[in-house]
Write a protein that binds this ligand. Structure first.
Ligand SMILES: Nc1ncnc2c1ncn2[C@@H]1O[C@H](COP(=O)(O)OP(=O)(O)O)[C@@H](O)[C@H]1O
Ligand SMILES: [Mg+2]
Length: 320
């Protein structure tokens, strides 16, 4: 039996079409009009694109809470429609009460979409892969930046730094022009505007980032960067329509870099509200020759799980 307080590492629900992402399990919800999916945020954690064998109990609920808070905020912005239909445990899963309890708070019923294969990243600060590229070439995703920027410096204005959505392995940064070209080239996406569709994603991404960053800043946190995914809503025949939706999760500590504003100091790495504790521990494992950044990841010590969860709890408390 599974209690609500137990960790949910993976699910096997009485629903068709199970797909497993690194963190979420996704199922079809049969018989719904328009077509719908169930997205379950499990307690899996990934780092360096590898799913760890040890779950973080409650992480899926915290992510769902943060994401839903932002989806609510997003509707008020009236910039783009979103995929959220409801947070109810679907009828198909209610018979097994222990199962229903384990799902409560970590599921979203969503409009099914054809996901556009571009990770839409906006950055207002120079960190992560943006900082790495800047040090080598003075650019981020090919976008020229002023000289003399320090690690984690604020950029003159937010930039769009898209990445490919790799089925397996690591996403790859591409330039905004390459993103436009890839949608223009692909017949599925060129039908829906191709280049113009990519430009629309860029505008929405930058606009949402700027507004969300201002909102987060009013709560004492810097939103350094974030990633959105978009899709085209499916019709009753499962075909994409021209209705653009923002999908997946929004503005969670898994998809965003959040820094406490009162400790912000450019020129160094920032303390952050995400998996930094986990990443640092893993890097020590790599340095000690006990892990090579390939799957499977190492089992995590209790202290790493608890300290990481504590960061997730804190950002959820601040943002919601
Ligand atoms: N409304 C939607 N329609 C179709 N697919 C979606 C929708 N929302 C999210 N997804 C997909 O569901 C998956 C969620 O699982 P996740 O663990 O985030 O995967 P990943 O390992 O790719 O990050 C992603 O592939 C995401 O693109
Ligand atoms: Mg994801």
């Amino acid at each position: 039996m599974m209690l609500a307080a137990d960790a949910v590492f993976s699910t096997d629900l009485p629903l068709p079409g199970r797909r497993q992402g690194k963190v979420r399990d996704v199922y079809g919800l049969p018989g719904r009009t328009p077509p719908a999916l169930l997205v379950v945020a499990t307690d899996r954690v990934s780092a360096f694109d590898v799913v760890m064998p040890t779950p973080m109990p409650g992480k899926g609920r915290l992510l769902t809470q943060v994401s839903l808070g932002w989806f609510h905020w997003l509707r008020e912005q009236r910039l783009v429609a979103d995929h959220v239909l409801s947070t109810d445990v679907p009828a198909e899963c209610l018979q097994d009460r222990a199962l229903a309890a384990s799902l409560a708070g970590r599921v979203m019923q969503c409009r099914a979409a054809r996901v556009i294969p571009i990770e839409c990243v906006a950055r207002g600060y120079l960190a992560g892969s943006g900082w790495a590229e800047y040090q080598r070439h003075g650019t981020a995703c090919g976008i020229a930046l002023p000289k003399g920027l320090r690690q984690c410096d604020q950029l003159p204005e937010p930039i769009f730094t898209p990445a490919t959505k790799a089925e397996e392995g690591h996403d790859e940064n591409i330039s905004p022009t390459q993103a436009q070209e890839s949608l223009e080239r692909d017949p599925v996406w060129s039908r829906f505007g191709g280049r113009a569709l990519a430009q629309r994603l860029e505008r929405i991404t930058i606009d949402l980032y700027a507004r969300a960053a201002a909102h987060a800043r009013s709560r004492g946190v810097i939103l350094a960067d974030t990633k959105f995914e978009f899709g085209l809503a499916l019709d009753g025949q499962g075909q994409p329509t021209d209705e653009l939706l923002i999908v997946d999760e929004v503005l969670t500590p898994d998809s965003s870099r959040y820094w406490p504003a009162d400790r912000y100091e450019p020129g160094r790495d920032q303390p952050s509200f995400d998996k930094q504790v986990l990443r640092n521990w893993l890097l020590d494992e790599v340095a000690a020759g006990r892990w090579n950044k390939e799957a499977p990841g190492p089992a995590l010590p209790e202290s790493v799980v608890e300290l990481t969860l504590e960061r997730y709890r804190e950002i959820a408390r601040i943002l919601t």
